[in-house]
Structure formats: structure tokens, C-alpha cells
Design a protein around this ligand. Sequence first.
Ligand code: NAD
Length: 341
Amino acid sequence: MAHNDKILIAGAGGFIGGALVALLRKQGHRNLRAVDVKPFEEWYQRFDDAENLSLDLNLKENCDAAAEGAVEIYNLAANMGGMGFIEHNKALCMLSVLINTHLLQAALKHGAAKRFFYASSACVYNADKQKTFEAPSLKEEDAYPAQAEDGYGWEKLFSERMCRHFREDYGLTTRVARFHNVYGPWGTWFGGREKAPAAICRKVIEAKVAGKHEIEIWGSGNQTRSFMFIDDCTEGIQKITNSEILGPINLGSSEAVTINQLVDIAENIAGIKLKRNYDLSAPKGVNGRNSDNTLIQKYLHWEPSTSLRSGLEKTYRWIFDQYMARERGEAGVIRESHLAQ
Ligand code: NAD
């Protein structure tokens, strides 16, 4: 991949897309096309030396314009959020199928794309295999027989297969990773779309700042998950895109923790102890899930390795700074683009 080849990052105004643009820039790539439906002031990261476009990629003509000349295409654009969001916005989540469908068609039409990456999710896994709290390690084959997370997970599973058939029938080199909960700085931390690590950091910060040492936890706190730090995620995306791995592959940490343990770590970072109130009626997702990394180890001799403690510390500090800026009324700082230095 030459440094002046055009690379399209769809969803670049979001958490993972923004981090990928930042990484590509750091590696010396200078022909980056960053696209997101959000207005520029809402992008988490934006670099003025990239070609930044605010386009709705649900629309075919916008995907055509975005993909033109792109040698690599990363599709990280989707309507998504934590459990609270995906449980209440199933139709909206399924409509993301338009983005991937139109981007695949546009990639074929222009013929320049050598690699097409699609961001899938651990939400494609069969719900029956995630009933215990013992964090079952999910292998790639566990997505079938299909019983994905309603709405969001079904769209991901369908789009994975669409990528497969574009590869098999039309020869487009598609690569698919199933992300397991990604967290880190420059991500959603308030507003309803935030996921557990950011939500818990924010709640701990709120409790600390207000001096009200209580926290509300969704579910019993015994649900198990693994959490992948953003730097591992972007590194994995590149490794998988450039690999010869044909089928969807897990990209996640295999360090499983309960939500209670996640709270323990956040409390430890903050230096406080909180009274825990469990909201058993809140959306909580499946009981247990971990990433089985046998396959990624086999192909890449690599897996995400940032410890939850060190990744969460960086995330906590970043959210703390954002929170304090907001408290001071510096609204612009919360989502301020950090422009190319
Ligand atoms: P995000 O919400 O921060 O970013 C997604 C971006 O896509 C947003 O900026 C949004 O504005 C953009 N988008 C939505 N609809 C669009 C449209 N019609 N046209 C153009 N842009 C549009 O989410 P993220 O965490 O960065 O997730 C990136 C990808 O990874 C998504 O496909 C998501 O489903 C997948 N994923 C993320 C996680 C995670 O833990 N963050 C886990 C599994 C899968």
C-alpha cells in the first residue's frame, strides 16, 4: 500500500473511524478520504489534511462519490450504540445495511478497490451460546445456526454474508472482523449511545465530583464481557485487512470480566468506593461472552493485548478532562476536532 494511494474511511467522524484516520496519518498516509453523515463539529477527531466529507452513505450516489478512486475502503459507518440504544432502535440499526450494500456496489463499479474492510460485531453470535455468566469463549463458527442479537446483530450477519458473496461472485477482496466491545479515548461517553466502559467511567466521575458515592448498574453486574482497547482495534483492523483471512474473524480481548469487576477497576482508578444500585429492568444484553482468539492467533500470531486496567485508566483520564471541560461550560471542547498539528 503506497502512501499516496487513496483510502476511504467511512464513519470517520465516529470513534473507531476517527482512530483509524489518526493511525493512518501517523503511518504517513496522506491521501485519506474521511466520510461521515455527522456535521464536522460533531466528529470526534478530524484532520485538516484529510479530504473530509459530510455525506449520508445510506444513499447510493454518495457511496459512489465516496468510493471513487479508493484503493482501500474501510466501512466503519453504522447506526449503533450500547445496549440501551440497540434494544430501542432495531429498525434504525438494520438500515445500516444500506451503507454496506451501496459501498460494496460502489467499490465494484469503480474497480480501484484492492481491499474492502467491514466492521462486524460479536452481536452476530447465537444467543443460546451466551446464556451462562461464565463468559463462554465464542468461536467464529458459533454464529450459526443463526440467532443473532435482534436488529443490530442480524444486520451485521447479513452484511458479513454480503461481503462474502461479493468476494466469491465478483472477486472483490473483502475482509470482515467481529469486534468485541471497543473502548478508549475519543469515543462516545454520554448521550445514550455510550457503551459500558465509558458509561461506568462517567458515572464514577459524576459520583466523585458530586460527592454522592452511589452508582447505578444495569442488570445484576454479573454479566461477563471482554473489552478491547482502541489501539488494539485499529492495529487489528489493518492486520486483518492485509491478511488472507477470508471469513469473519474475532477481533477482541480475551480478558473477560464481570460488569462488577469493571466497576471495581474504575473505582480503583478514581480512588473511591461507591454504593451499587442494580437496575434489573435496564437493557443488559446477553449474560456472558468472551472472544475466542484461537483463529486470530493461528493466522496472525497476534491478539489484542492491552490490559483492561491500563486501557481503562487512559479512558477514565480522557473522560474526566471532557467532563470537567463541560462543567466549566466549555461545550466546544467536548467534541472539538483536533486538527492536524
Ligand atoms: P460510532 O457511532 O462512534 O461511529 C459510527 C459512525 O458512523 C458515526 O460517526 C455515525 O455518524 C456514522 N454513520 C452512521 N450512519 C451513517 C451514514 N448513513 N452515513 C455516513 N456515516 C454514518 O461507532 P464506532 O464504535 O466507531 O463503531 C464503528 C463500527 O464498528 C460500526 O460498524 C459498529 O457497528 C462496529 N462495532 C463497534 C463496536 C464498539 O464496541 N464500538 C463493537 C462492535 C462493532
